[in-house]
Write a protein that binds this ligand. Structure first.
Ligand SMILES: [Zn+2]
Ligand SMILES: [Zn+2]
Ligand SMILES: [Zn+2]
Ligand SMILES: [Zn+2]
Length: 293
């Protein structure tokens, strides 16, 4: 029993069922609930000591994760972990680590690039003789008289290495009116095992982007009648003279043509397909050796 004079004090100060606000999150509830460990264990606005060693900041529980993203004492991986530096350090030490290890990081980056190149080349050498290339930024290249090279590709596994060379604004007699396209040979990994000069047929097609027909097609026959230079083997780092068509297609023909349902230039891009049928022979007895570099 509580005496009447004490009742008021009990209701405002002592009663465990009285309604109060949490001093942190302002949630309303009985004093018993608000001060219980079950509320304090989940109160989003309760300040909590950052758990990173050396950090004395008190952070609202709901902000702990975002604090950890910037906490100078948080343990983080080196920024160069993607190229192989496995060091971990406090965030505040990162800059110093970067300064001290600049040489090591560069070495790692260089090695990464090298191994990417190697795997890319290995991938390239598996490419068969039917390649599609996209030439983007057509308008800009045309306006600026820029030429464009496709990546080097092999005519077949273990075959010749070549590339497509395109002048969006034309070259030679096609200048200013046509797109010009040329094929040239590059030094390839299997050149020793191949017969030179190259003999065969290279077909370059500019693809109709609306349907799989009416592609603009030109064929280059590398035979006795073909000029000598473009079919010769070249040394590493050089390429042959290109061979092809200065007037491959006129600029007017690139646009949409409703009569043929043709559109070669779309979204500022052209798609070229190069197909190669080599008739010159390989030297199979030398094949294994070329892979040992
Ligand atoms: Zn009470
Ligand atoms: Zn609370
Ligand atoms: Zn902290
Ligand atoms: Zn590092």
């Amino acid at each position: 029993m509580i005496r009447r004079s004490k009742l008021e004090t009990h209701l405002t100060d002592n009663c465990t069922k009285r309604i109060v606000n949490c001093q942190y999150c302002k949630r309303r509830g009985t004093h018993q609930l608000i001060t219980s460990s079950s509320h304090l264990n989940e109160c989003p606005d309760l300040p909590i000591q950052c758990s990173n060693e050396g950090c004395n900041e008190k952070i609202l529980r709901c902000s702990l994760a975002s604090h950890n993203e910037i906490c100078p004492k948080a343990i983080v991986p080196c920024e160069y972990n993607t190229v192989g530096c496995n060091k971990k350090m406090k965030r505040e030490k990162r800059e110093k680590h970067n300064e001290e290890e600049i040489t090591m990081h560069l070495q790692l980056a260089t090695e990464t690039i090298k191994s990417l190149q190697t795997s890319l080349e290995q991938k390239n050498s598996l490419i068969a003789s039917n390649e599609v290339f996209r030439l983007n930024q057509f308008a800009k290249r045309k306006n600026e008289n820029e030429d464009w090279y496709s990546p080097g590709f092999y005519t077949s596994p273990g075959g010749y290495k070549m590339s497509l060379h395109v002048y969006p604004n034309g070259n030679g007699i096609g200048k200013g009116t046509h797109v010009s396209s040329f094929i040239y040979f590059m030094a390839g990994e299997y050149d020793d095992t191949l017969e030179w000069p190259f003999q065969g047929v290279v077909t370059v097609e500019l693809l109709n982007q609306l349907e799989d027909k009416n592609h603009k097609k030109s064929t280059l026959s590398y035979n006795e009648l073909a000029p000598a230079e473009p079919k010769q083997r070249v040394k590493e780092g050089t390429k042959t003279h290109g061979w092809g068509y200065p007037e491959f297609i006129s600029h007017g023909e690139l646009e949409y043509n409703p009569a043929t349902n043709c559109q070669y230039l779309k979204d500022n891009s052209l798609y070229f397909r190069v197909s190669v049928k080599a008739t010159s022979k390989t030297k199979p007895w030398l094949m294994g050796a070329s892979r040992i570099v």
